[in-house]
Design a protein around this ligand. Sequence first.
Ligand SMILES: Cc1ncc(C[n+]2csc(CCOP(=O)(O)OP(=O)(O)O)c2C)c(N)n1
Ligand SMILES: CC(=O)[C@@H](O)[C@H](O)COP(=O)(O)O
Ligand SMILES: [Mg+2]
Length: 624
Amino acid sequence: MRLLDKIDSPTDLKSLNESDLTVLAEELRQEMIDIISVNGGHLASNLGVVELTLALHRVFDTPTDKIIWDVGHQAYVHKILTGRKDAFKTIRQFHGLAGFPKREESEYDCFDTGHASTSISAALGFAKARDIKKENYHVVAVIGDGAMSGGMAYEAMNHAGNSDSNLIIVLNDNEMFISQNVGAMSSYLNKIRTDPSYDRRKKDVQKFIRNIPCIGSSMAKAAGRAKDGIKYFLVPGLLFEELGLTYLGPINGHDIAALEKVLHQAKQKKGPVLVHIKTCKGNGYEPAKQSPDIFHGVGPFSKETGEMVKKNAPPTYTEVFGRTICELAEEDNRIVAVTAAMGSGTGLNNFGQNYPERFFDVGIAEPHAVTFAAALALEGLKPVVSMYSTFYQRAYDQVLHDVCLQNAKVVFAVDRAGVVGEDGKTHHGIFDISFFRTIPNLTLMAPKDENELKHMIHTALTLDNPVAVRYPRSAGVGVKIDKEFETLPKGKAELLREGQDITLIGFGPVVNFCMEAAKQLESEGIQAGVINLRFINPIDREMVTAEVQKTGRLVTVEDHILAGGMGSAVLEVLEEEGIQGTAVERIGYDDYVEHGAIPLLHQDCGLTIEHIVSVSRELMKNRC
Ligand SMILES: Cc1ncc(C[n+]2csc(CCOP(=O)(O)OP(=O)(O)O)c2C)c(N)n1
Ligand SMILES: CC(=O)[C@@H](O)[C@H](O)COP(=O)(O)O
Ligand SMILES: [Mg+2]
């Protein structure tokens, strides 16, 4: 029997000795490798926090004490140790455990997460609530060095550092975001990590002060004399100290005894404390340790070799975007690419390698990425911002206020639009049509296939206004990709099929579902027309009104929430054009969508050919 089999809650951890803990850590790693190699998931980050999670659950009294996991992709060990060991085999599967902390799943998950850099704000909120209610418990935020690059983390530290509430922030520094770490904060952490010696630090600080024009040399002398100056030379993590946090560390995050010691120390401190730990992403599994980027979020793989299970599928939309942007950049040196810590996920790796001076990975800083791009555009460059739909939610004001209001010609590549599968509710890109389409000046496009994506990216760069192009996280439909670029007429839809009985309108690859449904309906004697809408804002009023007037029946299909989506946009057109009496059915989502394989989610929400057919049949009955 494994030791792990005897652990049903964190209480069972408290009596373990050092050698038990070493065995348990190994068993936890094996359990995760066994299951993630089948289900896929965020393996490398979880392998890196095994000892930290054990130490946290031994030192703190959860669920009374609260642990808030930033992003939450590293909470698998926490889930296993908090009563979800048997369910762990279902992680990320439809109706199974979620890949991120979920309050509805366990009392040990005190805050739902998925998006980065929220943990310190949430932790401070809990701490303040505790203080106001005169309760007594500890609050711990666990944040990675990547999540620490996000603006919210600084907003929260700015607030926390000026407050006397007890709060512990564990900074899990593994020198990796999804890809290699970026930014000045990473360089600063690296300095603390690798340069703990007093002498070197002292010289660095003195040199820095001396180099301040005019007053530098006298300041250096004064700083050396002053009591506060001594702190400058002796305290690692000075930046955090200066923000009002007590800095403890750096500590080896794979040494449970050292971790427990520093966490006990942190518990005794008053006010906000930052515990800096160093870990290795992928620790304990060589393939993940060697390639933490590949094993950040993986699909099924061979646990013996670490090789990914290969799929015979057409290129993904992401891959086609990546190739297209490189082709276009070859011809036009004004094209620059901006991403927020998602270079590999959005297919920009080759662009970054080929054009390093035109590639900007700004870290987990979506609002900054967008405003930064606005200024690049105003100076005549052609910025293409490439991020996931769900993360654009962070940058809504920047899209509206900094880009569109001044008509800056930025292209937004909106990857992972539609349901994304196993990441679930926090990551589905099902709100972007609603929030982009209401913004004046912004043209929104969605391709029906990967070839059209190529033309849309090209077209977007020819337009005189900001443009967003949304496309999903999936393989393309397998069409041939044209060599030459085609400029699509702005605001014009494509009539793929004529039909007298009913009009099906799709936006994005769901157009292919509409085409299949139309074929099936034809075999039943129903003639369905199919419109590939291509553009919203401007929408093709002429085609939409002509077709709908002809058939009097309309089905809209979108991989998006219904409220404010494409179907709503079409209904607005019908209302504005005075077209009445149309029998309408809109297919899309009406709530947050669960996690699970994309086809299962589509099935569950009625985004299928069969559902389009049955809805169309019903509409045929309802109107003569
Ligand atoms: C707002 C936001 N942007 C981007 C992401 C995608 N993302 C998830 S994890 C991650 C890297 C996190 O790095 P770090 O916090 O250091 O954790 P590690 O994976 O190294 O353990 C990124 C960019 C996200 N979840 N949220
Ligand atoms: C946790 C997180 O936000 C990312 O790691 C995300 O899961 C990546 O998703 P993709 O697998 O679609 O790149
Ligand atoms: Mg990291």
